[in-house]
Design a protein around this ligand. Structure first.
Ligand code: ATP
Length: 353
């Protein structure tokens, strides 16, 4: 097992900085996610680590070993590509053997390692098939086994589940979690799917336009998004502009167009400053109380039943707020008047205005 250190990595394509002076430390054994919208530079980082792309600047280390100038085959990375990239003319077993042949592994050991890797991804009974005789999920398992069979120092996963349907994606998420727990190989996983990242990651780097907006554990990032990009990209949120009226004994009072909001969350901003508050949809709840801090009079403009939850849209003094509730509210009708409440610890004052 190794840790991965990326120092000041930069890659330009003409005028575009695909990756702009990025530094990341991935710990030994970590399942680390690069999460961000299409084109933000995730794959470029992964390809730079694998050696398929030459950075314009920066350094990459596996443990103490600097690897960014080494050819790909000397880096000992196992990569899973979005389209699996299996050899179509080779059987599943031969696909796995290929990397071991290149490494001149003796026959007996080769057989044992291929068997072990196939067992790990639960594909032992499919070893003789060709990729076009397998389902998407099975191809994905073979791609994963092929990455693992070489005993890599580092596993790199590039949108590994994006070609699968929703049910299979859920299943394979579980599989990747299980396999990572078993192997504990340091892994970098690229995705634009926040659910994949939140459900699997030890830590996530949220990326935007070639740089990192935030690195943290899934719950920290979700609960405390710190800036507007992260708040909007991860989860569903209401962004409410306002101005800080007062900060007193850990209570922050923010003047906004829907009325005063009170927050008990730590805040880097000062009295008098214009700010944006982030309030998650699930933090906006239909209230039984009539008044109190963060209780507002609202009109229901939309109400959608979604099975396990109900979705609401409220008009509060001409502003739209969205809410999600797990409770059933048969009394709430479109056009009806209600009170809504937001817990004080659910109001996050963002670092950027
Ligand atoms: P996606 O999720 O769509 O795969 P990404 O976050 O992985 O996106 P990259 O593929 O790393 O993003 O691309 C980052 C930027 O670099 C994009 O603007 C892309 O158009 C550009 N880019 C990537 N590869 C090349 C290339 N070979 N030539 C020119 N521009 C490129």
């Amino acid at each position: 097992m190794v840790d991965i250190r990326i120092k000041n990595l930069t890659k330009r394509y003409g005028d575009i900085a695909a990756v702009d002076d990025i530094s990341i430390d991935v710990e030994e054994g970590e399942l680390f996610f690069l999460l961000g919208p299409s084109g933000c530079g995730k794959t470029t980082i992964l390809r730079s680590i694998a050696g398929f792309c030459t950075p314009d600047g920066g350094e990459i280390y596996f443990g103490e070993r600097r690897i960014d100038a080494l050819p790909p085959h000397e880096r000992n990375t196992g990569m899973v590509f979005q389209n699996y990239a299996l050899w179509p003319h080779l059987s599943v077993r031969e696909n796995l053997q290929y990397g071991l042949d290149v490494r001149k592994i003796p026959k007996k050991e080769k057989r044992e390692r291929v068997d072990a890797a196939l067992a790990m991804v639960r594909m032992s009974d499919q070893a003789g098939k060709r990729p076009n005789q397998l389902s998407g999920g099975q191809q994905q398992r073979v791609a994963l086994a092929r990455a693992l069979v070489i005993n890599p120092d580092v596993v790199l996963l590039d949108e590994p589940l994006s070609n699968l349907d929703a049910k299979l994606r859920g299943e394979m998420r579980g599989e990747i979690h299980r396999i990572h727990e078993q192997t504990k190989i340091t892994t970098i996983y690229v995705t634009h799917d926040q659910k994949e990242a939140l459900s699997l990651a030890d830590r996530i780097a949220v990326m935007n336009a070639g740089h990192i907006e935030r690195i943290g554990r899934p719950r920290d990032i979700y609960d405390n998004p710190t800036n507007r990009f992260v708040a909007e990209f991860i989860g569903e949120t209401n962004l409410i502009p306002g101005k800080i009226k007062a900060i007193h004994e850990g209570l922050i009072r923010i003047e906004t167009a829907i009325g005063d909001l009170v927050s008990t969350r730590p805040c880097t901003r000062k009295e008098g400053e214009p700010v944006t508050c982030s309030v998650r949809h699930e933090a906006v709840q239909i209230a039984s109380q009539v008044s109190g801090p963060n209780v507002f009079h609202a009109r229901v403009t939309s109400h959608t039943y979604l099975g396990e939850v109900e979705q609401f849209e409220f008009d509060v003094l001409g502003r739209t707020l969205r809410g999600i509730s797990v409770g059933h509210h048969p009394e709430v009708e479109r056009g009806g008047e209600v009170r809504i409440a937001i817990a004080q610890e659910d109001v996050v004052v963002l670092d950027d205005a």
